[in-house]
Design a protein around this ligand. Sequence first.
Ligand code: 13P
Length: 246
Amino acid sequence: MPGKLVVGNWKMNGDLRHNDALLAGLRAGWPVRATREISVCVPFPYLWQAQAALSGSAISWGAQNVSEHAHGAYTGEVAASMIAEFGCRYVIVGHSERRTLYGETDAMVAAKAGATLQAGMTPIVCVGESWAERESGAGESVVVRQLDAVVSRIGGRIAETVVAYEPVWAIGTGRSATPELAQAVHEVLRKRLREHGEAAGNVSLLYGGSVKAGNAKALFACADIDGGLIGGASLNVDEFLAIAGA
Ligand code: 13P
């Protein structure tokens, strides 16, 4: 059975004071014995703050990106081993904002997933099609191609990842995929993962893209949706906890 998981992706938001309030609010409001796991992926400078605020709680934390290289002359980059030192559990790799704004290729995303595993953390591998790709009928082939690129690099270790389906057109637009559409894509991804064995078929499959307290329940009720990757709504304690509990 895939684990149920709701992850907040803060993106490039936050400051020390607001983060303190948000992290304390989550810690106070999330039951220690919850059946679902929640996590927050914060900007690099705040990893220490998440670690300090959440250590010993039922909430895990992680980063939003990582270098594909282990160390060396890569000015401005952050290695997986550095992130791991802050007790991180997850690293988001291949978010569509990284792919489209920073030119990350399938091969780079795959290498980043590998670097994350190598450092003992779990990559949250993001896949998703643009609106034009969906309109042209290529939506499913795009997400499968993105997934296959990662599998071709890390092989059976795909079973140690989390996969997030985030249709690009649903991110930050208020236009979430319908539960039917999201489930259909998740089913395709699940089938593809199963080809790599039972454990791979059981990875947690998250949906992301305009998830709010109001639509989370219908999305999470779908057979192959094991939780969510939440952007904007993860910056509000009550909204994020409501989604996590949906
Ligand atoms: P929104 O929830 O703001 O649409 O963002 C989704 C996302 O990109 C999470 O990674």
